[in-house]
Design a protein around this ligand. Structure first.
Ligand code: MG
Length: 229
């Protein structure tokens, strides 16, 4: 995770403790975004520990639990009023991954040089891209590109989207906040994730390229590779 070149604080947070991975991008004044994203990560970390239920169940419950904690905290403390966060939470299991998400932090799969976005942003521009009103490039410039239609902390309950994806040895997975995807296109992510020999190097290069393009926001990436058997 990197603060970028324009922000004074880093309000992103992440989790990388196999088989659990997550990114969260907080928002709200008075450093409240920082509190929200950290609360989200801590809530899911403690919730998922030792759970044996199916991943889908654990993920949805963990995200809803995190949402409730953030919402209650923002009600109790006026400095934190209005805080919120995205949360994209993934469990990698044998032969598949399960992702639950709220907001615009994304999951990608790279296989045999091809990149595929696994998540659908809960944002105003995503709606416009999906209906063909905007191209991916136009979406990056759109004045409402930061407006989310769903976030943790906004309401006492939240709807979680679930994605299940079969995995193969050698697959690479990326979770990232919009500090990356605001300035780097999908095919460019795919090229970097394909070219770099090590996941660590790929992660470092993704952050580097976002900063080289102005680093307008905090940048957080989690890159993992499924080992060959
Ligand atoms: Mg952001």
């Amino acid at each position: 995770t990197d603060i970028g070149k324009a922000r004074r604080t880093n309000e992103d947070a992440f989790l990388a403790e196999p088989p659990w991975f997550a990114v969260a991008d907080g928002m709200g004044g008075h450093a409240a975004g920082d509190v929200a994203s950290r609360l989200a990560i801590e809530a899911v970390r403690s919730f998922v520990a030792g759970r044996e239920d199916p991943a889908e169940t654990v993920i949805v419950e963990a995200i809803r639990k995190a949402n409730g904690m953030i919402w209650r905290r923002s009600q109790e403390n006026r400095w934190l009023d209005g805080m919120g966060t995205t949360l994209t939470l993934m469990k990698v299991e044998s032969g598949r991954c399960v992702i639950g998400h709220v907001g615009d932090s994304r999951g990608y799969l790279v296989r045999d040089g091809a990149v595929r976005r696994l998540t659908t942003d809960h944002s105003v521009v995503e709606e416009l891209v999906r209906t063909g009103t905007l191209s991916e490039r136009e979406a990056l410039e759109h004045p409402q590109r930061n407006l989310l239609t769903r976030a943790l902390g906004a309401d006492p309950d939240v709807q979680v989207d679930l994605v299940t994806e079969p995995l193969m040895a050698g697959d690479r997975l990326l979770l990232c906040t919009d500090g990356l995807t605001a300035v780097v296109l999908d095919h460019e992510l795919g090229e970097i994730l394909t070219e770099e020999a090590e996941p660590e190097q790929a992660a470092a290069r993704l952050v580097q390229i976002a900063n080289a393009r102005g680093g307008p926001d905090n940048i957080t990436v989690v890159v993992l590779e499924l080992p060959q058997p």
